[in-house]
Design a protein around this ligand. Structure first.
Ligand SMILES: N[C@@H](CCC(=O)N[C@@H](CS)C(=O)NCC(=O)O)C(=O)O
Length: 212
């Protein structure tokens, strides 16, 4: 398999964590977002959205990190990232989607660039946008995680799930943008405990071949 990835991309980071948890071999193909390599014709032919990540597995060319992770989950079910009980699986997906669908898109590079370059927002306004929307998302997640975490080290129960795979990259991203985190002690406690696990360390931005 090949994963088109950028070391700082939260969505690519999710897939890297899933690959590492499942110990699946995969070649990382660095795709530099700041140099717009994701907008080159060759890349757009693989991923017409012009977003990373993209996974190639033989003839399969797949975008969308959560679809990629569910593909990996079906290809190699153990260790499982989704719980066995269907109600539990739904809850884990709800946590993951709260991050991947409701928080992450509002802090994506193209959105922040559009605010600045097309709408004329100054850097302070862009930062305020970021902090507002990620803060709203984190506040709701903090309340949810107090109920769903079984041990203060995982989003749901006491094993690594798809929700954890989404949380750690979003927390990394929040720190990059210096979002104040004091209001989210449960979320931060879980994220920091997970980030110390060997699979999460292997997937981290600092451990990538294109890290700067
Ligand atoms: N929903 C997509 C989001 C992918 C995405 O937004 N990727 C970002 C990096 S985290 C990207 O490629 N951004 C490029 C841009 O904004 O121009 C997924 O989960 O794969």
């Amino acid at each position: 398999m090949k994963l088109y990835s950028y070391f700082r991309s939260s969505a690519a980071y999710r897939v890297r964590i899933a690959l590492a948890v499942k110990d699946l071999p995969c070649e990382i193909v660095p795709t530099h977002l700041k140099r717009s390599e994701h907008r080159l014709p060759d890349y757009l032919a693989k991923n017409p959205q012009g977003l990373v990540p993209t996974l190639e597995d033989g003839a399969l060319v797949l975008g969308q990190s959560l679809a990629i992770i569910e593909y990996l989950e079906e290809r190699q079910p153990e260790p499982a990232l989704l719980p066995k009980a269907h109600g539990d699986r739904a809850q884990v997906r709800a946590l993951a989607l709260a991050i991947a669908c409701d928080i992450h898109p509002l802090n994506n590079l193209r959105v922040l660039e559009y605010l600045e370059h097309e709408l004329g927002a100054d850097p302070a306004a862009v930062t305020a946008w970021y902090r507002h929307w990620v803060g709203v998302g984190f506040a709701a997640l903090e309340a949810q995680l107090r109920h769903t975490s079984g041990d203060g080290h995982h989003c749901f129960g006491s094993a690594v799930t798809l929700a954890d795979v989404c949380l750690v990259p979003q927390l990394y991203n929040a720190r990059r943008y210096a979002l104040p985190l004091e209001a989210y002690p449960t979320l931060v406690g879980i994220g920091d405990a997970l980030a110390r696990l060997p699979a999460f360390e292997r997937a981290s931005p600092a451990a990538q071949p294109d890290a700067e």
